[in-house]
Design a protein around this ligand. Structure first.
Ligand code: BGC
Length: 708
């Protein structure tokens, strides 16, 4: 690609670093899109030098745009087409926070595979997924797009998605490249308000927030999208510490960096550049390759180079990375790579893809409460009440090409059981006749939640909970009927208050195209729920941020029997979350016992074998997510009270006992220091195993000797 690079003019090179929307290439710029064109201050020459496109509707549109571009292009380098395929193209899978609840990277990979197969028929080459941002704050609307609060789980899910997109390699059809986002620490916005300041120690960055992006890169992500926030006061889009020191230096990554939507220009509002020329300067020196949807590079880079303020090699390095990506994706052989209406008609929304979505959906719901009321049987008569009883829009936010009203709603899926349906949340709207019908039902199923669009970008909430009206509806139903099953549709952990008194409570999140079928299958016991929470559910807003892998404090609260006044606790709420990370019930009952470790005293070179017996004390076959946590009791720095190190999902037949085995090695006992180095200390570790971060059994082991 170096030879090709040498043939490009400076203007052409700068063009490769610009990404704009596809309509720029097909509409009459003077008439139809005067506004956006003027806003970017781009003339036709600059537009037709752009290296990539953001978003594309269908194969024909892609072909038209690429054709028009290539006709006018001197160098004939095809454009890259990038888009947000977040949880499916047209076959929509559960939202990422739900997918994470499956604790199954295998399923996430399968979902990404289908997404790539479908999306590539539109000529899409790159997806802006996965979102590897860790978040401990359910007020932040974008937790719906991520995999929760744990670095290991987020890393596993992100890596799996990347692998699914790539499939067996770019030389095979039906594959797309992945852009991991939003680098970095976007999920730590203060008070959960989107785009807000991030103020974070290097220790938290290195140990907690950065590893998941690296996992995606190691799995083969070819691009990195910068985030809207600042780190150390520097917007991430122009942050040399992140883009040069960490990404290129420490991680040795050659991934193409791309801004978020307009985020390069936004550094004006951040107050770190006073005009667009300085914006361009900070971007290119900071380490940003592609500018999305603003035009500082296109309008100012050339002058900056002519003035000698920016060295041309910065440009060359960025453009070379972009050209290499185009080459690896095979664009030089086929600029229309993948775009095919015929293929789209054949495979998009195929039965097999919908079946794959259903499989993930069934494993992504989390049973939070159940006093035995679930599952009900086919003869059970239910009253189905609440806004989600007849809501079709339950496939989840940011589905873009997904069809939100093509699928059954709950009342349709549960038609054989339902004797009364009403979606009005207002208690006053229920007549005497309604009440009689509700009372005639064996069970009331309440389908409550927040609207799909209430989570996602720029949809933060100061109090993530149900509306007052829905809470009143719940209280009223609770009073008049003894058997209440609540289904929750939401894009983030909710503060649930009295809702936890439901006889059964199922966290459905948004489960994609096959939501209603998956929920029906769980309610009727055809599917035994197995999801676990990837994020803690707080009891109230004041507890946020609340997460399982916190430090101990110098005055830890030891629980209900601790009457010491000067300990770290609240006067008005418990320290524990409503539901902890890793928690979720099953229709089976799993009991953990007999935790064994191959060596109680071990050295850094040992591979430890850990075994535990898990017995299904019920007659129903079920899947359990067995989790192993470690606590490093004494380190050079204070260490989290526990960290997830291993998990596995196993089928255990009714009344069967299974011995589950894990292996641990030096890496699992090591940890990161504030300077990013990794160390290992001798001493005691507590090993916990159970079905959640609120585990049941433990043992202490001792590491003798260190390496670092
Ligand atoms: C979002 C990104 C997204 C981009 C392009 C931005 O507003 O933050 O996640 O990939 O738009 O659509």
């Amino acid at each position: 690609m170096k030879e090709l690079l040498m043939t490009l003019s400076r203007k052409e090179k700068i063009g490769q670093m610009l990404q704009i929307a596809p309509f720029f290439f097909v509409k009459d710029l003077k008439v139809e899109v005067a506004g956006p064109v003027e806003a970017l201050n781009l003339d036709e020459e600059k537009i037709f030098l752009a290296g990539s496109v953001l978003g594309i509707g269908n194969p024909n549109e892609m072909i038209e745009v690429q054709q028009k571009y290539l006709e006018k292009s001197r160098h004939k380098i095809p454009m890259l087409f990038m888009a947000d395929i977040i949880h499916g193209y047209k076959t929509i899978f559960p939202v990422p926070i739900a997918m994470a609840s499956s604790f199954s990277p295998k399923l996430a990979q399968a979902c990404a595979r289908v997404s790539a197969l479908e999306a590539s028929t539109s000529g899409i080459h790159v997806t802006f997924s996965p979102m590897a941002d860790l978040s401990r704050d359910p007020r932040w609307g974008r937790v719906v797009e991520g995999f929760g609060e744990d670095p290991l789980l987020i890393g596993d899910m992100s890596a799996a998605m990347v692998k699914g997109y790539i499939g067996e390699g770019y030389d095979k059809p039906g594959t797309i490249a992945s852009c991991v986002k939003h680098f970095a620490a976007y999920g730590a916005a203060e008070a959960g308000r989107d785009y807000n300041t991030v103020d974070m120690s290097r220790l938290s960055l290195y140990s907690t927030y950065l590893p998941s992006y690296l996992r995606a890169l190691e799995a083969g992500a070819r691009l990195v999208m910068t985030s809207f926030n600042t780190v150390d006061g520097v917007p991430c889009t122009v942050n040399p510490f992140l883009l040069r020191e960490v990404l290129r230096g420490r991680w040795g990554s050659n991934a193409v960096t791309i801004s978020d939507y307009d985020s390069l220009k936004q550094i004006l509002a951040h107050g770190v550049a006073e005009n667009m020329k300085e914006v361009a300067y900070r971007g290119v020196t900071g380490g940003l390759d592609i500018e999305m949807q603003s035009a500082a590079y296109a309008n100012h880079l050339e002058t900056l180079i002519e003035e000698g303020r920016v060295e041309e090699h910065l440009l060359d390095e960025a453009v070379l990375r972009i050209l290499e990506l185009k080459k690896d994706l095979g664009l030089f052989e086929d600029p229309y790579r993948g775009a095919s209406s015929e293929l789209a008609d054949k495979i998009v929304l195929s039965e097999a893809h919908l079946a794959a979505s259903l499989e993930v959906a069934k494993e992504s719901a989390v049973l939070l409460e159940n006093d035995g009321i679930l599952p009900f049987n086919k003869e059970t008569k239910i009253a189905l009440i609440g806004p989600y009883a007849t809501e079709r829009n339950i496939i989840g936010p940011w589905h873009w090409h997904g069809c939100w009203n093509c699928h059954e709603h709950l009342a349709e899926a549960l038609v054989d059981q339902t004797i009364f349906v009403k979606s009005d949340p207002s208690v006053e709207s229920y007549s005497h006749a309604d009440v009689q019908k509700i009372l005639a039902a064996d069970i009331v199923v309440l389908a409550l939640g927040e609207k799909e669009w209430e989570s996602g970008e720029a949809h933060s909430k100061s109090n993530p909970t149900l509306s007052k009206e829905q809470k009143e509806l719940f209280s009223w139903i609770r009073r008049i009927h003894p058997k209440v099953v609540t289904l929750l549709f939401n894009g983030r952990p909710f503060i649930l208050d009295d809702i936890v008194t439901s006889n059964a409570l199922l966290e459905c999140w948004f489960l994609g195209s096959m939501s209603s079928q998956a929920i029906r299958s769980i309610l009727l016991g055809e599917t035994n729920p197995s999801g676990k929470l990837p994020m803690s559910f707080p009891r109230n807003v004041g507890q946020i941020p609340i997460y399982y892998n916190h430090l101990n404090t110098g005055r830890p609260y030891l629980g209900e029997h601790d009457h010491n006044e000067y300990v770290s606790k609240y006067l008005d709420v418990k320290n524990t979350p409503q539901y902890p990370f890793g928690y979720g019930k099953s229709y089976s009952e799993f009991v953990y016992e007999n935790l064994q470790v191959s060596k109680k005293v071990f050295s850094p070179t040992d591979i430890l074998q850990v075994t535990v017996d898990v017995t299904n004390h019920s007659d129903r076959d079920g899947q359990e997510i067995v989790q192993l946590y470690l606590y490093d009791k004494v380190g050079r720095i204070s260490r989290p009270v526990q960290e997830l190190k291993r998990y596995t999902k196993v089928w255990i037949h009714g009344q069967e006992k299974k011995t589950i085995a894990f292996q641990l090695s030096e890496k699992d006992f090591s940890y990161v220091m504030p300077d990013g180095s990794t160390v290992l200390d001798s001493g005691e570790f507590v090993l916990y195993v159970g079905g959640s971060s609120n585990h049941t059994i433990e043992t202490t082991i001792t590491l003798k000797g260190t390496r670092a």
